[in-house]
Ligand binder design. Structure first.
Ligand SMILES: [Zn+2]
Ligand SMILES: [Zn+2]
Length: 63
């Protein structure tokens, strides 16, 4: 489902971005901190740079 948010660290799924972020902050605080700069507005995945995010958008969401 397009509304699913998947934890990039362990693959756990959440119905809201908020729930996924709370999970990340409690379960993978280090990963959540270092990868929190750029996040995809469509699926919630996070990237270290704008270039990575743009590449993801082009590949995963075709925009
Ligand atoms: Zn996780
Ligand atoms: Zn995405």
């Amino acid at each position: 489902m397009a509304s699913d948010f998947v934890c990039p660290e362990c693959g756990a799924r959440f119905s809201t971005e908020m729930a996924m972020r709370e999970h990340e902050m409690s379960m993978h605080p280090k990963a959540a901190m270092k990868a929190g700069d750029f996040d995809c507005k469509v699926c919630g995945q996070r990237f270290h740079s704008e270039a990575e995010l743009k590449e993801h958008m082009a590949k995963a969401h075709h925009k």
